[in-house]
Design a protein around this ligand. Structure first.
Ligand code: C2E
Ligand code: CA
Ligand code: CA
Ligand code: CA
Length: 280
């Protein structure tokens, strides 16, 4: 029994080592990813539910690891970037590249479409954030009102007393703010009144079972009522079916995003969409 126990322990130990080795490899690959131009941006349409037409594009980061054909999704590497601080330069690259893309599209005569860019907690807490935003605005010449930042409740709450000041500075430069994954944080709602936020995004968790779940419909109705009384607009995330879409519209939700309309698209396909400007 003792020998078996030792074997189990060795087996467990070996697996831990393998996990640590994988993690180490991932991290060192990530360190060179920016310099090797392995990151790319995809763009997912957010549609206006009154017209079913394009309202904005959410910018979503992808990693073409080792320049290969496979794209790694952000859930697999953003937590690592957050942990080791690389999210700061990578996040700056995201903002800059997205703004440059908009300007390039405008140069090709395509419609100026607003962008929604994700900001992580660590990025938001970084002292250089506002300066780097100001620099990017100046260097790309983008109309600031085309740029909206998405922040989760958790990211906002981690910054304590500085939160309001930073939000005001971002707002003061003419850019907009929205609350991402609304309803999944643990905070009180009081912040909605204090912060210069214009939009909230209802998390996919409340949309997924909307057709089957009376509870989720009640939550959506409550969020809509809250948003209306605070004059915030609402985006529903993860809309996959016509049934979900119809329910969201019946609740007065102004914007929607999800596979029903389009998946996140590489820049070339997003440009085609802008050129045709129609969604099925
Ligand atoms: P998020 O901000 O909540 O983004 C929405 C996620 O839902 C995206 O996953 C999108 O592809 C996915 N999605 C959209 N419509 C549907 C749908 O109808 N059904 C389902 N099942 N999923 C849908 P993605 O691209 O894998 O991104 C995951 C998360 O990674 C994002 O969640 C965001 O928190 C983070 N992220 C992505 N890009 C960036 C970035 O540039 N910076 C930072 N800090 N975070 C990012
Ligand atoms: Ca988002
Ligand atoms: Ca979200
Ligand atoms: Ca999410």
């Amino acid at each position: 029994a003792k020998a078996a126990g030792r074997n189990n322990y060795q087996f467990f130990d070996q697996r831990l080592n393998q996990a640590a080795a994988r993690r180490f490899e991932l991290e060192s690959n990530l360190r060179s990813a920016l310099a090797h131009k392995e990151f790319e941006l995809h763009y997912q349409p957010i549609i206006d539910t009154t017209t079913r037409r394009l309202h904005a594009l959410e910018v979503l980061l992808r990693w073409r690891k080792g320049g290969s054909d496979t794209l790694v999704g952000p859930d697999e590497f953003i937590p690592i970037l957050e942990e080791n601080g690389m999210i700061v330069p990578v996040g700056e690259w995201v903002i800059r590249t997205a703004c440059e893309q908009i300007m390039a599209w405008q140069g090709q005569g395509l419609a100026a479409v607003p962008l929604a860019i994700n900001l992580s907690a660590r990025q938001f807490m970084h002292d250089g954030l506002v300066d780097s935003m100001r620099r990017i605005l100046g260097e790309t010449g983008i109309d600031p009102s085309l740029v909206e930042f998405e922040l989760t409740e958790t990211a906002l709450m981690q910054h304590g007393g500085r939160t309001l000041e930073i939000l005001r500075q971002i707002n003061g430069m003419g850019m907009r703010l929205s609350i991402d994954d609304f309803g999944t944080g643990y905070s009180s709602l009081a912040y909605l009144k204090r912060f210069p936020v214009r939009k909230i995004k209802i998390d996919r968790a409340f949309v997924r079972e909307l057709e089957a779940s009376a509870e989720d419909r009640a939550i959506v109705a409550a969020v809509m009522a809250l948003a209306n009384s605070l004059q915030l607009s609402v985006v529903a995330e993860g809309v996959e079916t016509e049934g979900q879409y119809a329910l969201l519209r019946s609740h007065g939700c102004q914007f929607a995003q999800g596979y029903l309309f389009a998946r996140p698209l590489p820049a070339g396909e997003a440009a085609q969409l802008l050129a045709s400007s129609v969604l099925e």
